[in-house]
Design a protein around this ligand. Structure first.
Ligand code: NAP
Length: 286
């Protein structure tokens, strides 16, 4: 029986990245739908849950993606709400690689040093990856977590969303430019840069001489990188006395994790993969 993965994307075009990884993770066929919302998803879910007998339902799975974390979260909930009894299939949420990327970054940082009780800053943390990075840091036991945005209202909105969904407290910080971001990390031990692709958030002088700073990870693999002075291939390298992980450096774990999650979707018909479960899998793979 063919393993079918239905990719429900909140954007107009279902993510090509997610499609490729779905095949590499073991799907026989990936069927993408764009502009999927809680209001139009019901017939798509019904098609997935009413077509195969219970013993075969593990061969059908649903993946929720797209560039908007809150839209993805709402769609993921709507999909699950449609399930009842045995009429369900396994489902995963990974808007813009949010859960898999953040889980891989934090798992790598955990392997490089102690995170418990440390002060952490997620730079440009309002996107999907940054929001989930804050969640993974909280699960790793970090102390204060700051989340920066160029606009205080966006940082506060992300903090409110994180409190509502995960019950975690994140300190919203407005940091309009690199100097502001440099000030936001002055007394931090851990920094994750989660800015948009091709945007430099910090220059080397903003972090290299900070005495408290121990570890940094940069999610942006597209030049200019998010943290000047970090190389995309850095894999726990030592630079200026700090441990640094570049986007490709921890990206190999992200890809392995993403594929492993897809493979697990086809093992049972009732798996739910969101931040908590994906972080646990990341730790088992790291
Ligand atoms: P995103 O939503 O595109 O951007 C994140 C935040 O960056 C935005 O919310 C915005 O925050 C800020 N930003 C945008 N333009 C900026 C600018 N010119 N100056 C300063 N800040 C700016 O990002 P994402 O989807 O969460 O992904 C985060 C990063 O992870 C991206 O670089 C992506 O390519 C990368 N990624 C890496 C992997 C990997 O395996 N390494 C996998 C997936 C994604 P405000 O508007 O609130 O300031």
């Amino acid at each position: 029986m063919k393993k079918l993965l239905f990719q429900f994307d909140t954007d107009a075009h279902p993510s090509v990245f997610d499609c490729v990884v779905a095949y590499d993770g073991g799907a026989d066929r990936v069927i993408g739908h764009g502009l999927v919302t809680p209001d139009n998803v019901a017939p798509l879910v019904d098609g997935a849950i009413f077509t195969r007998p219970p013993k075969d339902k593990r061969n059908t799975a649903i993946f929720v993606g797209g560039s908007d974390m809150q839209a993805g979260q709402a769609l993921f909930e709507a999909v699950r709400q449609r399930f009842f009894g045995d009429f369900r299939v396994s489902v995963m949420l990974d808007s813009n690689g949010s859960n898999t990327t953040a889980a891989a970054a934090v798992a790598r940082l955990m392997g490089s040093g102690e995170l418990a009780g440390k002060r952490a800053v997620v730079l440009a943390g309002t996107g999907p990856v940054g929001q989930r990075a804050a969640v993974m840091l909280a699960r790793a036991g970090t102390g204060e977590i700051r989340l920066t945005s160029r606009q205080q209202s966006r940082a506060r909105h992300a903090a409110d969303e994180l409190r509502a969904r995960f019950g975690i407290e994140v300190v919203p910080v407005e940091a309009y430019d690199s100097d502001d971001r440099g000030r936001a990390i002055e007394d931090a031990q851990v920094v994750i840069a989660a800015g948009a692709s091709g945007v430099e958030l910090l220059r080397p002088e903003h972090w290299q001489d900070l005495p408290a700073l121990e570890m940094l990870a940069d999610a942006n693999a597209t030049p200019p990188l998010g943290i000047g002075g970090v190389a995309a291939m850095d894999r726990g390298a030592e630079r200026a006395g700090k441990i640094v992980w570049g986007a490709i450096g921890f990206g190999t774990l992200k890809l392995a994790l993403h594929r492993a999650c897809i493979a697990r979707l086809f093992e049972t018909s009732d798996l739910v993969l969101d931040a908590e479960e994906i972080f646990a899998i990341a730790q088992s793979l790291a």
